[in-house]
Write a protein that binds this ligand. Structure first.
Ligand code: FA5
Length: 340
């Protein structure tokens, strides 16, 4: 191969390499140019190196000298382009951003909380546990026997009016139509049916009534039922337990009062109120278990007596936390729920 020919090809490579590396804008185009010009196998410089062997031996030293110069120029163009790409921010290209910046403040974790009613239920169980009451449970879908009949509420009683209850269309297996229980007193019956006296239980859960919602009523709410049956249980025991309970949960400065009332399953019966913002608010019903009820579950009213109570959990929780509208408890506004 003639020397002139070889030198022309070297000059051409030098020129195009300089232009190409001057134009690269990113790592990818730099690498593509490197492979094209300086690639170890297929690169254009490598191809010329192979041609060098075909130059006349007499002219080869001159050819080799120019080859080395072009190789140095190529190395220089590559290095300059690389330095330009790695220039710090403020130069033509910003340095790559770190994926993780340990100097940034951390993200706050949002902690969940128990609903105030759930918190109240746990606390009521704890207080009543200290007074010796264990926890019993019963179904929310009930039959008429447990919700009414066994509680001395006969068929013609207005409390059984379909307009005052959530009856379900499916019939119960043996005890008539089913309904969403309207009171936790159902659990009194279920426990006494299965347990011989003495009995000392509470039961906490949801009850359902088609009441119009207002500041103190909701169609679904919670009750805490209490039942104590033993020998020589009196009304004085009932009043003592309710007073102890109220001062434990609401504070020693709470005033409670008992008003004579009527429930078909207790005799005598009372309603219990607490004072709140210069008003008396009813928080539960109570009384001595009616002998009819004791007899219906197979107890002997000549041997045992008992008291029972059913308290509204929402109203207790409201006074405890100064919540003036029961509906706030069920709006599911996390800003409100986070206060407890
Ligand atoms: C009863 O439900 C009786 N079972 C209580 C009882 C048990 C009496 C054992 C004797 C022996 P009453 O319907 O009054 O009683 O309801 C009891 C309490 O539930 C009320 O004092 C009130 O605190 C609460 N309550 C009643 N209706 C609602 C409602 N719609 N929303 C919120 N709380 C209610």
């Amino acid at each position: 191969m003639a020397l002139a020919d070889f030198l022309r090809q070297l000059d051409e490579l030098s020129r195009t390499a300089t232009v190409t590396f001057a134009a690269v804008q990113d790592e990818a185009s730099w690498e593509a140019a490197r492979v094209e010009f300086a690639g170890a196998k297929q690169g254009r410089l490598k191809a010329l190196q192979k041609l060098l062997g075909q130059v006349d031996p007499a002219e080869r030293p001159a050819a080799g000298k120019r080859f080395n110069e072009v190789k140095a120029e190529l190395d220089g163009a590559m290095a300059a382009a690389q330095a330009r790409l790695q220039a710090p921010a403020g130069g033509r290209r910003a340095a790559p951003r770190p994926e993780f910046d340990p100097t940034l403040p951390g993200r706050r974790m949002r902690l969940g909380r128990l609903h105030p009613i759930t918190q109240s239920i746990e606390e009521l169980k704890e207080i009543m546990g200290r007074l010796g009451f264990s926890v019993a449970d019963g179904p929310e879908i009930e039959d008429e026997w447990h919700n009414f009949e066994a509680l001395n509420i006969p068929l013609e009683h207005p409390a059984r009016d379909p307009l005052d209850n959530f009856y379900l269309s499916a019939a119960g297996a043996s005890h008539g139509p089913l309904l969403l229980r309207s009171q936790t007193s159902t659990v009194q019956i279920r426990v006494m049916e299965q347990t011989a006296p003495p009995v000392r239980i509470i039961s906490l859960g949801r009850v359902y009534r088609p009441d119009t919602a207002d500041a103190t009523h909701y169609p679904m709410f919670h009750q805490m039922e209490g039942l104590l049956v033993d020998q020589q249980v009196t009304m004085a025991d009932l009043k003592s337990v309710l007073r102890l309970f109220a001062t434990s949960y609401l504070g020693s400065d709470v005033h409670i009062r008992f008003r004579p009332s009527f429930f078909p399953f207790t005799e005598p019966s009372v309603e219990a109120d607490f004072n709140w913002n210069d008003q008396w608010i009813e928080f539960g019903g109570a009384g001595m278990v009616d002998p009819h009820v004791l007899r219906a579950v197979g107890y002997d009213p000549e041997v045992v007596t008992g008291f029972a109570f059913g308290l509204g959990v929402e109203r207790l929780c409201m006074r405890r936390h100064n919540i003036t509208d029961i509906r706030d408890l069920y709006r599911n506004d996390v800003r409100f729920l986070h206060l407890f």
